[in-house]
Design a protein around this ligand. Structure first.
Ligand code: GTP
Length: 597
C-alpha cells in the first residue's frame, strides 16, 4: 500500500470508557470480520484455545476502509495496555503510530488514565481526535465533557465526535475523521530496513510472534534480520497481518504494521522498542529511546510446602520465558527456606504472576513484603542496588540511601478531596498541584514509590468509595532518612518481615506491625515476645500470652468422626504455617502485618 493510503492509530481511554467496544464497532462497520473463507482456513490450522490467546493479546487489527471520497485506506489500530505498570509498553506502541482517538465517556468525563495516556500520545506528536462516547445514555453531558477536555488536557474539543459505540451512532464519522484528520505515515522504501519491535508474545503453534512497525525499507519473507539491541540474527519464516485473524502475506513496506515469526524460542529474546534491520548493510542508526523494561518492585516468593521448591522453579522459569520484564533469582531465607526474589513492573504485574503460579501451577506461595529498589551509597563511594531489605549492609558502612519517587495524579470528586490529601500526606507526599475541572479536583503529588506499592491504591479506593482515579510515573531517586526495620518473633529475626521505613515513621510502623502480628499468630504453649528493631535497638514490643488450657481437651467425649475432622482441619491449617524457631506463623501474616490502616 502506498503511504498516502495508510493511517496508523491507537485508542486512548480510561478503563471502561468504551475502548474495546469502539474497536469492535470499527471492525464490524468495515466488514473486516465478514470474510468467512479466511476464518475457516484459520480454524483448520489451529485450535480454539490458540485463537482465544491471540484475540486476548493481539488487539492489533488491520482494517480496509473505503471512504466517502471513494478511495480505499488501510487503517491499522494498535491496542495499548491501559495499566500504569506497562507505561513503557504504552509509550512504545504510541511511537509506532501517528494518531490517537481519545475516547472519553460522556457520562463520566476525564479520568486519571485518560490524562496519563493522552499525555503519552501528545509526547509522541500524535494528531488527536476527541470522541465523546456513550451518548445513548441519559446521563450523557457532551458539552460539559468537551469543555473539560479543553480545560484539563488543552486540546481543541469543539469538533469532538459524538458516538455511541453501543448503538453505532457516530462510527462512520469516526472512520472519516481517521482518514482526514490523522496524518499518513512517512518512510522510504529504498532505504535499509528499519522496523520497530512493538510487542511480542508466545504462541504455542508459531513460537514467538513479533509485532513490528516498518519505518523504512521492506520486510520480506525469507530475509535474515538483525535485532540491533543484542545483535542476534534471525531468519524470517512468516510475515502477516491481523484482520483480526492472522493472514499471511509476503512483505511489509514503510508505514505498515504486521507481525513476523522467525523460530524465536523465548519472548525474552525480543525487546519492546528494539530496532530490526537487514543482517548486512542494515541501518546504522537505531530508533531512539530504546531501554529494556526495568523491574521496580521486588518480593520474595516461597513455597508454603518446601517440598514444592522444584515445582516452583519450573513454573517460574516457564513464566519468565514469556515475560521479559519479569526477573527472578534464587533466594534463601533463614525463616522461609528456599525461594525466589522476583522483580516486577509494578503491583498489578506482581499480582498477575503470583495468581498464575497459584492457579495454573497449583503452588501455594508465601509472598514477602513488596519492596522497591533502593540505592545504597557506601562510605567508600560504591553504590549498591538494594532489592531486598534483608540484604541491607551494616549501617556503619552506609553513607546515605536514596529511594525512588513518583509523580502521582489523582482525580477525585470534591467531597473526597480532604481524605485524599490526608492519605497522600500520611504517605510522605509533597503536594505539587491542585486544580479543578468542574466538580472534580485534580491533585498531583510527589510520593515515595515505597509508600504506594503496598496498599495505597486499596486505601485510595476505600476513602473515596471507588470514585477516585489514579495514575503515576517514576520520576527519579531522592535521598531520605531510611532505615531497615527488623521483626523478631520469640527473639528470632524473621527476615521475610524486614522492611525499609522512614526513620520518623519507624516507631509507629513498628508498633502497628507488632500489634497486627499479635493478632495473626496463634497462641502457643509458651509466651512469645514480638518486637520491632532498628539495628540492635528495640523500638516496639508486644507479648503474645501462652495458651492456658489444652484446647484439644474439648474434643474428649465427642464422637470419633468429629475428632477426626478437627484433626484434619488442623493438619490443613498447619500446612499453611511456617515454623520460625519454635513458633508457627500463618502464611497470611506476611502480607497482613504490613497493611497500614
Ligand atoms: P477495558 O477493556 O476494561 O479497559 O474497558 P474499555 O475502555 O475497553 O471499555 P469497554 O469497551 O469494555 O466498555 C465498558 C462498558 O461500557 C461495557 O459494559 C460496554 O458495553 C459499555 N459501553 C461501551 N460503549 C458504550 C456506549 O456507547 N453506550 C453504552 N450505553 N455503553 C457502552
Amino acid at each position: 500500500t502506498d503511504l498516502a493510503h495508510i493511517r496508523n492509530f491507537s485508542i486512548v481511554a480510561h478503563i471502561d470508557h468504551g475502548k474495546s467496544t469502539l474497536a469492535d464497532r470499527l471492525i464490524q462497520e468495515t466488514g473486516t470480520v465478514q470474510d468467512r473463507d479466511m476464518k475457516e482456513q484459520l480454524l483448520d490450522a489451529m485450535d480454539i484455545e490458540r485463537e482465544r490467546g491471540i484475540t486476548i493479546k493481539a488487539n492489533t487489527v488491520r482494517i480496509d476502509y473505503t471512504a466517502d471520497n471513494g478511495e480505499t485506506y488501510v487503517l491499522n489500530l494498535i491496542d495499548t495496555p491501559g495499566h500504569v505498570d506497562f507505561a513503557y509498553e504504552v509509550s512504545r506502541s504510541m511511537r509506532a503510530v501517528e494518531g490517537s482517538l481519545l475516547v472519553v465517556d460522556s457520562t463520566q468525563g476525564v479520568e486519571a488514565q485518560t490524562l496519563a495516556n493522552v499525555y503519552q500520545a501528545i509526547d509522541a506528536d500524535h494528531e488527536i481526535v476527541p470522541i465523546l462516547n456513550k451518548i445513548d445514555l441519559p446521563a450523557s453531558e457532551c458539552d460539559r465533557v468537551a469543555e473539560q477536555i479543553e480545560d484539563v488536557i488543552g486540546i481543541d474539543a469543539s469538533g469532538a465526535i459524538r458516538v455511541s459505540a453501543k448503538t453505532g451512532v457516530g462510527i462512520h464519522e469516526t472512520l472519516e475523521a481517521i482518514v482526514h484528520h490523522l496524518p499518513a505515515p512517512k518512510g522510504t522504501r529504498d532505504a535499509p530496513l528499519k522496523a520497530m519491535l512493538v510487542d511480542s508474545w508466545y504462541d504455542s503453534y508459531l513460537g514467538v510472534i513479533v509485532l513490528v512497525r516498518i519505518m523504512d525499507g521492506v520486510l520480506k519473507k525469507g530475509m535474515r534480520v538483525k535485532f540491533m539491541s543484542n545483535g542476534t540474527l534471525h531468519h524470517v519464516d512468516r510475515i502477516g497481518v491481523f484482520r483480526p485473524a492472522m493472514q499471511m502475506i509476503d512483505s511489509l513496506g514503510p508505514g505498515e504494521i504486521g507481525f513476523l515469526t522467525a523460530s524465536i524460542k523465548q519472548v525474552r529474546d525480543t525487546r519492546v522498542g528494539d530496532t530490526i534491520t537487514n543482517d548486512r548493510n542494515g541501518t546504522e542508526t537505531a530508533l531512539p529511546g530504546f531501554k529494556p523494561a526495568q523491574p521496580v518492585v521486588f518480593c520474595g516468593l516461597f513455597p508454603v510446602d518446601s517440598a514444592e521448591f522444584e515445582d516452583l522453579r519450573d513454573a517460574i522459569e516457564k513464566l519468565a520465558l514469556n515475560d521479559a520484564s519479569f526477573s527472578y533469582e534464587m533466594e534463601t531465607s533463614a525463616a522461609l527456606g528456599f525461594g525466589f526474589r522476583c522483580g516486577f513492573l509494578g503491583l498489578l504485574h506482581l499480582e498477575v504472576i503470583r495468581d498464575r503460579l497459584e492457579r495454573e501451577y497449583d503452588i501455594e506461595l508465601i509472598t514477602t513484603a513488596p519492596s522497591v529498589v533502593y540505592h545504597v551509597f557506601m562510605k567508600d563511594g560504591e553504590m549498591r542496588e538494594l532489592h531486598n531489605p534483608a540484604d541491607m549492609p551494616d549501617l556503619s558502612k552506609v553513607d546515605h540511601i536514596e529511594e525512588p519517587r513518583i509523580k502521582a495524579t489523582i482525580l477525585v470528586p470534591d467531597e473526597y478531596l480532604g481524605d485524599v490529601l490526608k492519605l497522600c500526606q500520611d504517605r510522605r507526599g509533597i503536594q505539587q498541584d491542585l486544580s479543578y475541572a468542574g466538580s472534580r479536583a485534580m491533585v498531583v503529588y510527589d510520593l515515595p514509590l515505597n509508600e504506594v506499592v503496598f496498599d495505597f491504591y486499596d486505601r485510595l479506593k476505600s476513602v473515596t468509595k471507588g470514585y477516585a482515579s489514579f495514575d503515576y510515573q517514576l520520576t527519579g531517586y531522592r535521598e531520605d532518612s531510611l532505615v531497615k526495620m527488623s521483626i523478631l518473633v520469640n527473639d528470632e529475626p524473621v527476615d521475610a518481615l524486614s522492611t525499609m521505613v522512614h526513620r520518623d515513621r519507624a516507631e509507629a510502623r513498628g508498633r502497628a506491625m507488632c500489634e497486627k502480628l499479635k493478632d495473626l499468630i496463634p497462641r502457643h504453649m509458651f509466651k512469645i515476645p514480638i518486637q520491632a528493631a532498628i539495628g540492635g535497638k528495640v523500638i516496639a514490643r508486644e507479648t503474645l500470652s501462652a495458651l492456658r488450657k489444652d484446647v484439644t481437651a474439648k474434643c474428649y467425649g465427642g464422637d470419633a468422626t468429629r475428632k477426626k475432622k478437627l484433626l484434619e482441619k488442623q493438619k490443613a491449617g498447619k500446612k499453611k504455617m511456617r515454623q520460625f524457631g519454635k513458633v508457627d506463623i500463618p502464611q497470611e501474616a506476611f502480607i497482613s502485618a504490613l497493611k497500614m490502616d
